[in-house]
Design a protein. Structure first.
Length: 276
């Protein structure tokens, strides 16, 4: 199987995970909660998500999980379900209603210079290969949010927006509200920036949290977070390039979320808490 070494089940045993398993069973036996969640102990969800721009300028996502401690037999989480734990799509909008100024990376910066040079070539959006590929390292050190334009959208513009997201957290809640797909639906059909859409789902008091109802904070339901990337390429009625922009997406409703990016020097940066 893809050249991977085959090992016995004992290979995956760790004392730490076994101890978590035993404590969870005891907690459930005593009626102090469910075996898969604790208000006092950190139980890792085991999810790893990645969002990337490929060499053709296409956003893509991938999600993997180690499962939930003491999950019910036969339970299937959100990770393998398209639209629950991950989602990617692309669409066109007339008039560029979510347009922004070039703040964040800054007009005239190296990244924007590369974008302008390649984007002015004739051809489809995927022709923006080298420019969009460089956005990850050039923009990630200072993620920026959309700022609404004061003027009305220009009717002669067409914006091609692409979005990819990956989630981590309570898989049952992600399944219940089709969390990743809901982010895309809000961004696309409510015509709002994807960062706004992601926060409405995964941020504090968002759809994930609301889905837990009065069980919030007692069972682990609704807890989670998401990462993602949105890109937009704007062209006029003649198909000529007008603007290219990108946004790093990240929000969560729990105590913290492990996340990382690569800066323009190729150095990795890791964050856990909201205020870091």
């Amino acid at each position: 199987m893809y050249g991977l070494e085959m090992v016995e089940p004992e290979y995956f045993f760790t004392q730490r995970s076994w101890d978590e398993h035993v404590r969870g069973l005891e907690r459930e036996r005593q009626g102090k909660g469910v075996g898969s969640w604790s208000a006092d102990e950190y139980l890792p969800q085991g999810t790893v998500g990645a969002i990337a721009l490929d060499e053709d300028g296409v956003v893509c996502c991938a999600t993997s999980t180690g499962g939930m401690t003491n999950k019910l037999t036969g339970r299937i989480g959100d990770t393998p379900v398209v639209g629950a734990g991950f989602w990617a799509e692309e669409w066109d909008e007339d008039g560029d209603p979510t347009g922004t100024s070039r703040r964040g990376c800054g007009a005239g910066s190296t990244a924007w210079d590369r974008i302008e040079q390649v984007a002015r070539r004739a051809g489809p959006v995927v022709a923006l290969s080298e420019s969009l590929k460089g956005l990850m390292t050039d923009c990630w050190p200072t993620p920026f949010a959309y700022a609404p334009m004061l003027e009305q959208p220009r009717p002669d513009l067409v914006a091609t927006r692409s979005l990819a997201v990956s989630g981590t957290g309570n898989g049952d809640s992600f399944l219940r509200i089709a969390a990743a797909r809901t982010v895309g639906s809000i961004a696309r059909f409510a015509t709002v920036p994807s960062g706004v859409a992601l926060s409405r789902v995964a941020g504090p008091s968002g759809d994930l949290q609301k889905s837990a109802g009065d069980r919030w904070g007692r069972t682990g339901e609704g807890e989670g977070g998401m990462i993602g990337i949105e890109c937009a390429v704007v062209r006029d009625g003649n198909g000529h390039w007008v603007e290219t922009r990108s946004e790093i997406l990240q929000d969560f409703n729990c105590g913290g979320m492990f996340r990382a990016w690569i800066d323009d020097e190729g150095e990795p940066h890791v964050r856990i808490w909201r205020e870091e």
